[in-house]
Design a binder for this molecule. Sequence first.
Ligand code: ATP
Ligand code: MG
Length: 427
Amino acid sequence: MNSIQRVTGTQDFFPEDLAKVDYVTRIFKEVCEVHDYHQYDTPTFEYTRLFKRGIGETTDIVNKEMFTFIPRQDGGEEESITLKPEGTASIVRLYNQYSLNNKKPPLKLFYHIPCFRNERNQKGRFKEFHQFGIEVFGSDSATVDAEVIILAYRFFEKLGIVDKIELEINSVGSFESRKAYNEKLREFLRPNFDNLCETCKDRFEKNPMRIIDCKEHNCQQITKNAPLMIDNLYEDEKKHFEKLKKLLDIANVKYKVNPYIVRGLDYYTKTAFEFISKDIGSQATVCGGGRYDGLVAELGGPDVTGIGFGLGRERLIMMLDELGKMPKFETKYDLYIATLGEDADFKSFEIVNNLRQKGIVCDKDHVGKSLKAQMKYADDKNANYTLMLGDNEIASGKAMLKNMKTSEQQEVNLSTFEEDFIKLVKA
Ligand code: ATP
Ligand code: MG
């Protein structure tokens, strides 16, 4: 009988994978904390209507990517729930539920969450993946837009990959300016409507700006000379975008204006941005974000502005691996005790047990390997020292301690070995 495999599009994590996760998580937290962002967490699932309203009915996520089900209920009404496909909607729900607008603005937070999307499995595209993200509520200043982008930039800088990643920015206007622009765009597209792909035909009425972002060759040909949102911004939106660019210049953050960035989510306003890698294949967007000034109110809260990003952990780690920028993680024993015989088995157990309580990383043989195999094992585990214990050593109270780096050996007293070894290691 075949053994059961994991579901395609999910991942198992080995210690070496988790060491990478720990590494990027630690750096992300450091960068967040220096910018005064604090961590929040929300449940793995929420009511489906939160995402329908918070992400938008015309988005790919809501249309075809959500894991939705109705849980069994003990009495009461059954309501559809969905595994979190992204972080922002839940965080806005939390913001509203606890009236966090009562705190002095801006509220700056970060998160590290699992996300679930029912997508076709590809390199860099999973059904369960993880996002680092940040959000800021309660400021509409372009300095905050700049800060959010800069935080991601500094993260990539700390990881040593900032020159391998491209920052692209755009402004997608406001609900009002976009309404006027959408009309203009429909006008432009109408003569070619029949040649658009089926998805874009559907987008034509609902959200024509998404057509600009279509990956189909035909649609790209049609939209080549289409009017762009960035040329149709209202005066204050234009000013906001100009200020953002100036601030990024001050911070020495390199960017490119890409008027074709639309972003998948319906709720974006003004600033939209992406960080794109050339080194991880076609799933190249590592981080995407933007401003969402209407979202808090849309989800039943006060009229408070917001901005944030989501950053794909798997694509980030893939990039670090690809570029050779992931530090090497290996087990490193301070001490390995090679043993022969029953008495040595007891003595080595005792030493290991005592030294571990003093923070010394050490181990002994547990499977009855030959002495030669034990020495090889110590080498594989990068042991700094190996102590050799057999019946003779136990009887004489003296044993040989081998420095595995220099191959030097020294005789040690077993009666004082633990204190002596601690002194040696801490010296
Ligand atoms: P894409 O265009 O690749 O589908 P997206 O616009 O759907 O990305 P966002 O919703 O902005 O992505 O999510 C932010 C980040 O999360 C992405 O830039 C990416 O790094 C990561 N991400 C999104 N979907 C997946 C997935 N299915 N598997 C792994 N990472 C993902
Ligand atoms: Mg997607």
